[in-house]
Design a protein around this ligand. Structure first.
Ligand SMILES: O=C(O)CCC(=O)C(=O)O
Ligand SMILES: [Fe+2]
Length: 272
């Protein structure tokens, strides 16, 4: 008798598994996918998997963000690209002094229903293992932060993320909707490294020189893994009535990672 073993994953309706078989780590297609992501990361500091989410999952996440819109927390802040106290001792147009503007609305993890497609995907060990494999890490853990582990970010008219380097070594995003105009993801791969801050290069970008800037495509359904600690990046101001909507999925190399209460207050308007 032939017994067919079916492995069902709680997210099989969420990901285009024929194109991106993250549920079958034993297959050569899986290894090839991981290798192609690693190649992209090495060559451009970002791996982008276009069409990763199914159209139904994208539509459900947009609907979810609409339902939760009035519970989104609007944050609005000025900051340097390093998120440190501004320091103009080396001049007012030094990267340590120049202020950037960031404003967006954040829908916290604890507001997103357990049945929401990308929440089911985020909570699967398959995705966590896949992201670890892409980054060449032996293991990764999902964030333990009840609000920040997975959030939906809504960029309405005038919202933006100013130029910055991430505090974390890498970031993972999932795109749901693009705005009519603006909302572009501008990226400067490898602009600094652990040995060299490259202040002249950073300053050029901040003063408007486009030479080092790559504008990355952000089509709905794209999974992006990027090294934002060494790449200066931003989201340009959105204009028009249609918001840009995406999620940031948070991982760490140690279990139990949480935001500090002050940072929770800033992005979600409360502490957990
Ligand atoms: O929204 C994006 O595409 C980028 C998000 C980002 O850079 C961040 O959350 O630090
Ligand atoms: Fe970032």
């Amino acid at each position: 008798m032939l017994v067919i073993m079916m492995t069902t994953s709680a997210y099989e309706d969420v990901v285009d598994l024929r194109r991106y078989p993250i549920n079958e780590p034993g297959r050569t297609e899986y290894q090839a996918l991981v290798q192609s992501c690693r190649d992209q990361l090495r060559d451009r500091g970002v791996a982008q998997l276009e069409g990763f989410l199914t159209p139904a999952a994208i539509a459900a996440m947009i609907a979810e963000s609409g339902r939760l819109a009035d519970r989104a927390w609007a944050s609005d802040q000025s900051h340097t690209v390093y998120f440190e106290t501004p320091d103009d001792s080396a001049g007012a147009d030094h990267p340590r002094a120049l202020l950037q503007h960031s404003a967006k609305k954040g829908i916290a993890y604890d507001l997103i229903p357990a049945s929401a497609p990308v929440r089911r995907l985020y909570e699967s060990d398959d995705l966590t293992a896949f992201i670890a494999a892409v980054l060449g890490k032996p293991v990764l853990y999902r964030s333990a932060d009840p609000m920040d582990a997975l959030q939906i970010a809504v960029f309405g008219n005038g919202d933006e993320l100013g130029w910055h380097f991430d505090n974390s070594e890498f970031s993972v995003t999932m795109m749901y909707a693009e705005s009519e105009a603006g909302g572009h993801f501008d990226y400067c791969p490898g602009l600094r490294d652990e040995h060299d801050q490259n202040y002249p290069g950073v300053q050029k970008v901040l003063l408007g020189d486009p030479a080092a800037v790559v504008r990355l495509p952000t089509s709905p359904g794209t999974l992006a893994v990027f090294r934002g600690q060494h790449a200066l990046h931003r989201v340009t101001p959105v204009s028009g009535p249609r918001p840009r909507i995406n999620s940031v999925l948070t991982y760490g190399e140690r279990p139990g990672m949480k935001l500090k209460p002050l940072t929770q207050e800033l992005f979600y308007g409360r502490t957990a």
